[in-house]
Design a protein around this ligand. Structure first.
Ligand SMILES: *Cc1c(COP(=O)(O)O)cnc(C)c1O
Length: 447
């Protein structure tokens, strides 16, 4: 097929050229997106012409997150095996809702869930659901928590709703990710009903600030703060929470992956004792967007929260994906996760995590040596740096770095100070990428 050959050729050309590209699209490329703004065509265009238009106007306006010098937010690249698997997966177009709709999708979900539990040293036999991102993984796990806490009181929240239900207390750290609050809002638990626990300079919950834990509480821990990479002290908090009968949920979007390496046990120890976990695959595992999983210690809690009936949706004998997740029809995200984990193996995954963290330490060291202030303890792959003495100067340098195009880093505010955030999350980042990016940062700061 000429169309597929041409598309393949274009994709490969993009992949090969990524190292020569600016980390962020030029203003001209973004202006070029105007070419898409036309009225809905009355007649169809030929496929080859359609793909040419998409690639010619679209590719230049993409953000080079698959390259080695993109350090914005916390966004992984895509491993070659995961990308190739996604080509096949798109070609197969599987619907992963039910076993009978995709035996492959169902089988790879089971395999990859077992592998992830093994890799992260979480209890085997946990339940899990594939979802789009950590926001939905937080939502999904917290729905299971809501079910379990109310079921203990004889209240079936899925049948009866929340009106008149015994109240649930939700406890979060002051630096909890905004997506946890969004999930609480979606679940009827309320963003502002939370009890907020004080955090330290790194954003870690201070366990002493966790006073009495009321009955029917959910305690939300964070494994990897988006700014600092810091981990809440799991062991102390979980012991206390469980003594009070609380459910402990972990937002481990990217940081939980550090559990693959024993080198981070001082940070990640005790997280296996929680009741549920949210984990992104599209960040540190480097699979394509979008992909995450929600994990619960007891499969039944997920099953109860996401049960569904329907005359034509008959369950098979095995695990039926849609009985554990908010969605019915969805793409088979386990395909790329399988390919990523198969191609890396445990050794490759440990290397990916340790190598990106080493790159982050080199950034911190290089920036400190040049006289810039690193605001966080660089415990994993996140670095916060401030340039000069003011927010204005830091903003000026961030803008200059972004305009320079060698690399891309975003702005954040940490404890009242503007800072630049460097997140090394891509398998593709090399030592040379780090040196080139450091040189660009230092050059822009001097100018
Ligand atoms: C990225 C992130 C999220 C949100 O994840 P999405 O995949 O963007 O939905 C939640 N929590 C933490 C700690 C994160 O880093």
């Amino acid at each position: 097929m000429e169309l597929f050959d041409e598309t393949h050729r274009r994709a490969i050309a993009y992949w090969k050229n990524i190292a020569n590209r600016s980390a962020f699209p030029s203003a001209e490329a973004i202006r070029g997106l105007a070419r898409f703004r036309e009225p809905f065509p009355e007649t169809g265009a030929p496929d080859l012409e359609t793909i040419a238009r998409l690639d010619d106007a679209g590719a230049p306006a993409t953000v080079a997150i698959t390259g080695g010098r993109y350090f914005g937010f916390v966004m992984g690249g895509v491993l070659p095996a995961a990308l190739s698997a996604s080509w096949l997966a798109s070609t197969w177009d599987q619907n992963a809702a039910l076993h009978v709709m995709s035996p492959l999708g169902a089988a790879l979900e089971e395999v990859t869930i077992d592998w992830i539990l093994d890799a992260l040293r979480l209890p085997s036999g946990c339940g899990a659901a594939y979802v789009t991102g950590a926001t939905m993984a937080n939502f999904t796990a917290l729905a299971a928590a809501r079910h379990a806490l109310l079921a203990r009181e004889g209240w079936n929240v899925e049948e009866q709703g929340l009106f008149g239900a015994p109240p649930i207390t939700v406890i979060v750290g002051a630096e909890a990710h905004a997506s946890v609050l969004k999930a609480l809002a979606m679940l009827g638990l309320g963003r502002n009903r939370v009890t907020t626990i004080e955090t330290d300079r790194q954003g870690r919950m201070i366990p002493e600030s966790l006073a009495e834990i009321p009955p029917r509480s959910i305690v939300c821990l964070q494994a990897g703060n988006v700014n600092t990479g810091a981990f809440d002290p799991a062991r102390d908090v979980i012991e206390k929470a469980h003594a009070a009968g609380a459910w402990v949920h972990v937002d481990g979007a990217f940081g939980l992956w550090a559990r693959v390496s024993k080198a981070f046990d001082h940070l990640t120890g005790g997280y296996d004792l929680a009741d549920s976990w949210a984990l992104d695959n599209h960040k540190w595992l480097n699979v394509n967007y979008d992909s995450a999983i929600a994990i619960t210690r007891r499969t039944e809690d997920l099953g109860a929260a996401f049960a569904i009936g329907g005359a034509y949706l008959l369950p098979g004998k095995g695990r039926e994906p849609m009985y554990y997740s908010p969605e019915l029809s969805r793409r088979a995200r386990a395909i790329e996760v399988w390919a990523a984990m198969k191609s890396l193996g445990r050794a490759g995954l440990i290397d990916l995590i340790e190598r990106t963290c080493a790159h982050a330490r080199r950034f911190a060291e290089g920036l400190c040596a040049a006289g810039h202030a690193v605001l966080n303890d660089v415990v994993i792959n996140q670095v916060l740096v401030r340039f000069g003495a003011s927010d204005e100067e830091t903003r000026r340098v961030i803008k200059a770095i972004q305009d320079d195009g060698t690399c891309w880093c975003g702005e954040t505010t940490w404890h009242g100070q503007v800072a630049m955030r460097i997140s090394v999350s891509s398998w593709r980042t090399t030592a040379q990428d780090v040196e080139d990016s450091l040189a660009a940062m230092i050059r822009c700061a001097k100018a």
